[in-house]
Ligand binder design. Structure first.
Ligand SMILES: *[C@@H]1O[C@H](CO)[C@@H](O)[C@H](O)[C@H]1NC(C)=O
Ligand SMILES: *[C@@H]1O[C@H](CO)[C@@H](O)[C@H](O)[C@H]1NC(C)=O
Ligand SMILES: *[C@@H]1O[C@H](CO)[C@@H](O)[C@H](O)[C@H]1NC(C)=O
Ligand SMILES: *[C@@H]1O[C@H](CO)[C@@H](O)[C@H](O)[C@H]1NC(C)=O
Ligand SMILES: *[C@@H]1O[C@H](CO)[C@@H](O)[C@H](O)[C@H]1NC(C)=O
Length: 509
């Protein structure tokens, strides 16, 4: 560990010859290293999600959810891996607390499983064993001096709801509100940060558009729009419930977390590429953020492009409309901005060949050709290229488009296939992305209040099973004990947290 620290210091000294140009213009963003530390109030954390770590898929009254079904069906997930056991955190959650303490994080982000707490949402009966499990976990996290950051929904929809019309059935809005109420009432006194949904873009597009994620439905023209519409309404219900019933007592913060690339023009000298990048961002993050953070409605450019691609005689659109009262209800339902960010895409107007290559529907509607620079370094995950300046770019996008709302980066991290403990590639990635975040805060005055590494440990990586590993800690999935073993990146992150960023080696004693 000492050797590692010296190595890191060596890199810092070497890179200190480069200095970052102090400008917020995205085209001037560079990867040059910038020394700086963040205030004490800044919160550093790590994240997980229920299905990816818990296991115990059918214990203590938990019902089946769509990821249980999807994995058990076979044929959807690499090597037909499942989350049946995963990191076994349902039984080994004390081990998770141990490594959280070892890292020195200020917050721990994890999700509750709806199927454990309200196994049959059509009856609404609460499963006490599920409540007890999370109460024990949350209490222990608090006792360790760590703030829980709790996601209500991280993709594991109870199967019975999927079978009863999924997110298209309006009844789900009251069922979701009830579930949120159970969570707020049982855990609200202990939880400062809440998230209603993790990545609704992935839920709707990958679950119901291209179907590579549970429940594996492929309706790219219609279902993502219809289901997103009700997910936004569910989110707004949960936020208002907290606001009216719980805020005065518990004083927590409730929001949603959105995943997005940074969308950069392929050629920033071309106005059409600049416009394409803005359109891609509005179709991705704006789809959810514009209703919630701006005016209760979808971005105008998204309404225009979906309508013209709907090609209907009566001019109707595949994108649903909010009523006036719905818009008023949705607008402003946030206390911060949750951001999951990993990579960057280059944008230009789509040509006919590109349009023919993408599924007709959401992706075609935006009319943007998305590419990656072949020079960018690649991670194990197909979508994950190292583009550190994209972190600074997306934080500035949020600053300018969403009124500099306080941001917590709720996920950022990188994969390999082998889970090596000598993960210098992960240190490179995290160090450069965190450094761009620090530039965004200290130079550009982006209002970022927290940062979270995905993930504290290797876990079930959805359709990639256990073949792609994000962990700061290694988990041997062939060992029934599932020991958690620190990688070099864990000790690196521990150091960054202790230092509150990257102090200039020239001015530390
Ligand atoms: C996964 O399950 C599917 C469906 O049961 C089966 O056809 C396939 O051979 C399995 N693949 C592996 C790698 O076991
Ligand atoms: C909607 O869900 C409720 C229960 O959750 C069910 O009773 C009803 O039949 C569902 N409607 C449709 C159209 O599936
Ligand atoms: C609701 O789901 C249950 C259990 O999966 C199923 O038996 C029932 O037929 C579904 N009802 C409707 C209206 O789809
Ligand atoms: C970018 O666009 C400008 C204006 O059209 C053009 O002059 C320039 O050659 C382009 N750059 C590249 C690298 O294609
Ligand atoms: C494991 O993967 C990483 C990232 O791709 C690579 O840098 C490293 O060399 C690999 N290690 C082994 C032992 O294969």
């Amino acid at each position: 560990m000492l050797q590692l620290k010296m190595l890191v210091l060596f890199f810092m000294v070497v890179s200190s010859v480069f200095r970052c140009s102090a400008t917020a213009d995205q085209r001037d963003f560079t990867d040059a290293f910038y020394y700086g530390v963040l205030p004490d109030s800044f919160t550093w954390g790590v994240s997980t999600a229920a299905y990816q770590i818990e296991g115990a898929w059918n214990e203590d009254g938990k019902s089946e959810h769509i990821w249980d079904r999807f994995c058990h069906e076979g044929g959807h997930v690499d090597r037909n891996h499942t989350g049946d056991v995963a990191c076994d955190s349902y039984h080994k959650w004390r081990d998770d607390i141990t490594i959280l303490k070892e890292l020195g994080v200020k917050h721990y982000r994890f999700s509750l499983s709806w199927s454990r707490i309200v196994p049959d949402p059509t009856t609404g009966v609460v499963n006490q064993a599920g409540v007890d499990f999370y109460l024990n976990l949350i209490t222990a996290v608090k006792q360790a001096g760590i703030e829980p950051l709790v996601t209500l929904f991280h993709w594991d929809l109870p199967q019975i709801l999927e079978d009863n019309g999924s997110w298209g059935n309006e009844t789900i809005i009251q069922q979701y509100k009830h579930y949120a109420d159970v969570a707020f009432s049982h855990f609200g006194h202990l939880v400062k940060y809440w998230l209603t949904f993790n990545e609704p873009w992935v839920v709707t597009w990958q679950g119901y558009g291209i179907g590579d994620y549970a429940p594996g439905i492929k309706q790219p023209a219609t279902l993502p729009y219809l289901y997103a519409h009700n997910i936004i309404k569910c989110h707004a219900q949960a936020w208002h419930l907290y606001d009216t019933t719980y805020r005065a007592r518990f004083n927590g913060m409730v929001s949603i977390t959105l995943n997005t690339d940074f969308f950069a023009p392929k050629n920033s000298s071309k106005p059409e590429d600049v416009e394409a990048a803005e359109r891609a961002a509005q179709f991705s993050v704006g789809w959810f953020a514009h209703p919630i953070y701006v005016d209760g409605d979808y971005p105008q450019v998204m309404k225009d492009y979906v309508q013209r691609n709907s090609n209907t005689i009566d001019g109707s659109s595949r994108l649903p409309k909010f009523t006036v009262s719905e818009k008023l209800f949705i607008k402003g339902t946030f206390d911060y901005f949750g951001l999951n960010h990993y990579s960057t895409s280059l944008c230009e107007p789509a040509d006919a060949a590109y349009q023919a290559s993408v599924p007709k529907g959401y992706l075609g509607d935006m009319e943007v050709k998305l590419t990656r620079d072949p020079k960018w370094r690649k991670a194990a995950s197909s979508y994950l290229y190292y583009v550190p300046w994209g972190m600074r770019g997306i934080l500035n996008f949020i600053r300018t488009h969403y009124n500099n709302t306080p941001v917590i980066v709720t996920e950022n991290g990188v994969t390999d296939h082998n889970g090596t403990l000598h993960d210098s590639f992960r240190i490179d990635y995290l160090r450069s992305y965190m450094n761009e975040l620090i530039k965004a805060v200290l130079i550009d005055k982006c209002n970022v209040i927290g940062y979270t590494v995905w993930s504290i440990m290797d876990n079930f990586e959805w359709a990639r099973g256990y073949t792609e590993k994000f962990g700061l800690y290694y988990v041997d999935f062939d060992n029934p004990q599932r020991p958690r073993v620190a990688k070099q990146s864990a000790m690196f992150y521990k150091g960054v947290i202790a230092d509150r960023g990257f102090p200039d080696p020239g001015i530390i004693g």
